[in-house]
Design a protein around this ligand. Structure first.
Ligand code: SAJ
Length: 430
């Protein structure tokens, strides 16, 4: 078993540190945040994920997991800090945290140690950014004196611990010895297969995975817009197309959020701007969706200024508490900019006031996040309080029939069949 320093105790670092401690490694979790370190010292996790609280508590109680403000001498260093993007039109990776983490590791690096970069990074970061910093600040030589690899995280929020253990992993060293050392280390706590490659390929693989999803969702969103124009129900069309054995569309929606899928494609564009028009176009399609949702609301109401609208959902996707880069928040902000009186409910993070009360005198209910709890909404009780009964379902999640029975006009994103029919009748339900 090794002494391991995990630098960065966020969504990846905290669960990884706890998992490493649970299999018997001695783990020092490093973070600059006093709040995170105080919580860790008290045996508490600052990340809310199934089973994580117990794992952190057990690690701290057994003495296998401790916190520290800066890295200490260890056999293995895992860098798991954020890699955000900056810039407006063309976005580029901000490697400030990766650079700072590498510098702090270099100060305690000893011959024979291994450093693993887990942060999602632009291709070449391990060899061209991390290696030179480690070498320059430690006086050691990468490959000769210490081992260095990239092993991207691939876990899905709300399933982090399960996927941390069971997902297959890709490890890429800067040389074969680094790749093999990283494989042997990950085999101590990962049950999935471990695929071996070089560092830059491992970086690209991770970016390709998230870009695959982004482009696929963009295609589904583009077809939603096409379907609205052609009088077709995109959900029915996608379902039928997905019956083909080699077709698998993802789902349209109000946009793509979170800190991964909307960000990582830009790292590839940054590395090869002239030859990535498809990725740029997909980002643009997904980014336009919040505005399209506002247009759908405005079309039904004949404008949103002064209209009371209840938005259901604030997080970036269903059943998580994370509101970062949330398209739902963008829709609410756009509606407010247009002068609407917006009330936001979120079953995970903003559920103090019941939907029925928020809906008092409202004219539109807009479902943006398909939290499981929204299946339990009572259309009759909600409709009774509203001034006009309109509901927009951007996730094809509500049981439309029961809302219609309660007197609602139900609009679904991408359901051109009903949208076109409604445009010809155009009598809002009261
Ligand atoms: N979304 C759609 N339609 C879909 C699926 C998702 O509109 O059919 C939207 C969601 O509502 C959300 C966004 O896309 O706003 C992203 O959600 P997600 O569930 O696709 O992905 P993340 O960001 O929660 O996690 C992804 C995962 N990557 C892949 O599945 C390839 C996860 O495994 C990665 O570890 C994570 O990014 C990361 O950290 O990179």
């Amino acid at each position: 078993m090794k002494r391991v320093c995990v630098v960065g105790l966020g969504y990846i670092g905290m669960p990884t540190a706890a998992r490493l401690a649970s299999v018997g490694h001695t783990v020092v979790g490093v973070d600059l945040s006093r709040r995170i370190l105080d919580a860790l010292t008290a045996g508490r996790s600052t990340i809310d994920e199934p089973d994580l609280a117990q794992l952190v508590a057990a690690g701290v109680a057994s003495g296998h997991l401790v916190g520290s403000e800066c890295p200490v001498a260890a056999d293995v260093f895992i860098i798991a800090v954020p890699t955000p993007i900056r810039g407006l039109a063309r976005k580029e990776a901000d490697l400030t945290y990766v650079r700072a983490a590498a510098r702090s590791v270099a100060s305690v690096l000893r011959p024979g140690n291994m450093v693993v970069l887990e942060s999602t990074s632009p291709p070449g970061t391990t060899t061209k950014v991390v290696a030179p910093i480690l070498e320059c600040e430690s006086g050691l030589s990468a490959g000769k004196d210490f081992l260095l690899a990239h092993c991207p995280e691939r876990v899905l929020p709300a399933r982090i611990l399960h996927e941390l253990v069971n997902n297959d992993r890709v490890v890429g060293g800067i040389d074969p010895a680094s790749t093999e050392a990283a494989r042997a280390f990950y085999a101590t706590f990962v049950a999935g297969a471990i695929l071996l490659t070089d560092a830059t390929t491992a970086e690209l693989v991770k970016l390709m995975e998230n870009t695959f999803r982004d482009v696929n969702i963009a295609l589904a969103n583009e077809f939603a817009l096409v379907a609205e124009k052609l009088g077709v129900d995109v959900w029915e069309a996608i379902d039928a197309a997905n019956h083909h054995p080699r077709v698998n569309f993802l789902r349209p929606g109000p946009g793509v959020g979170g800190h991964c899928i909307a960000v990582d494609p830009w790292f590839i564009v940054g590395a090869a701007p002239e030859i990535t028009p498809l990725i740029v176009a997909s980002r643009a399609v997904n980014d336009i969706m919040p505005l399209h949702v506002v247009d759908l609301v405005a079309e039904t109401l004949g404008g949103v200024t002064g209209r009371r609208i209840v938005v259901l959902g604030a997080t970036y996707k269903a059943n998580v508490e994370d509101t970062r880069e949330s398209p739902a928040a963008e829709v609410a902000a756009l509606l407010r900019e247009e002068g609407a009186d917006v009330r936001v409910h979120d079953a995970m993070v903003l559920a103090d006031t019941p939907v029925e009360d928020l809906a008092d005198q409202a004219e539109y209910l807009v479902l943006l996040v398909d939290h499981a709890a929204y299946r339990e909404l009572d259309p009759v009780a909600i409709g009774r309080r509203m001034r006009q009964r309109n509901v927009l379902d951007t996730r094809n999640f509500l049981v439309a029939e029961s809302w219609r029975e309660a007197g609602f006009r139900v609009v679904r994103l991408g359901d051109g069949r009903r949208l076109l029919a409604a445009a010809t009748v155009d009598e809002p339900a009261g």
